[in-house]
Design a protein around this ligand. Structure first.
Ligand code: PGA
Length: 253
């Protein structure tokens, strides 16, 4: 059975170690009851080490970024090897917040290779900043997919997760999320682009998630009607109760 992924992106929250510990433990304890959902928690770099070796099969440890060089004197950076030694098994790359401050497709492509080498699953974010009426956003998505995966084989891409996060739908309330029918349409488009390069079979193995203003009220319809393989959740992943309610709901599908 293919499990659904629910990834919590904690961004630069919470403010304190004690809060981080509390949220992580409140989420982790509930994950052992889940049968069809795999939870990943991605704390900020400052907090990742708090959870060294604490990831489990139902609640894995993630990170929000990694540096694009393997080793060296790079002040302020964190390597894939360091993340791996802390027990990180998933790592977000290409988040719109990082792209907005200069991360390029080329850097994202390099990060993917270092993560694969370190046996960490890359969670590769793509997304358009606006949905224009002429459908330019489709070309943007296509270019992002082609650019970050240009050098990778089907076997490598199958080890990645794609997170589709329309930038305009991030950080709103559930009313600001993308409509499930539009999500479904975009999912088909992403699969089509992957199929063109890797063939249908491989393209359908790659999990494609949705992210952007998901909460308890829209999670089920986003996953069911949007036909996504999971969710990347920001704000609601810092509220253990709401996050657990979402994982329970998705576990019923
Ligand atoms: P959000 O964030 O759930 O708060 O919209 C999603 C993200 O940025 O990954």
């Amino acid at each position: 059975m293919k499990k659904k992924y629910i990834i919590g992106n904690w961004k630069m929250y919470p403010d304190t170690v004690s809060e981080a510990r509390r949220i992580f433990s409140d989420i982790k304890k509930k994950t052992s009851l889940l049968k069809k959902v795999l939870v990943v928690i991605a704390p900020s770099f400052g907090h990742v080490g708090l959870f060294e070796g604490k990831g489990t099969k139902s609640c894995a440890l993630g990170a929000q970024d990694v540096f694009y060089e393997e080793k060296g004197s790079f002040t302020g950076q964190v390597s894939a090897g360091q993340l791996s030694s802390l027990g990180v098994t998933y790592c977000i790359v290409g988040h719109s917040a990082k792209r907005a401050i200069g991360e390029t497709d080329e850097e994202i492509a390099k990060k993917i290779s270092l993560l694969l080498k370190a046996k960490i699953t890359p969670v590769v974010c793509i997304g358009e900043s606006v949905r224009d009426v002429h459908g330019e956003y489709l070309a943007i998505l296509e270019n992002q997919i082609k650019a970050v995966f240009a050098r990778y084989s089907g076997d490598e891409v199958k080890k990645c997760i794609i997170a589709y996060e329309p930038i305009w739908a991030i950080g709103k309330n559930s009313g600001g999320a993308m409509k499930p029918t539009d999500i479904h349409e975009t999912m088909l488009f992403i699969r089509k682009i992957l199929s063109q390069k890797y063939g249908k079979e491989d393209a359908f193995v790659v999990p494609v998630l949705y992210g952007g203003s998901v909460d308890e009220t829209n999670a089920l319809s986003v996953v069911k009607e949007g036909m996504v393989d999971g969710l990347l959740i920001g704000r609601e992943s810092l509220k253990a109760e709401s996050f657990n309610a979402i994982t329970r709901l998705i576990d019923t599908i």
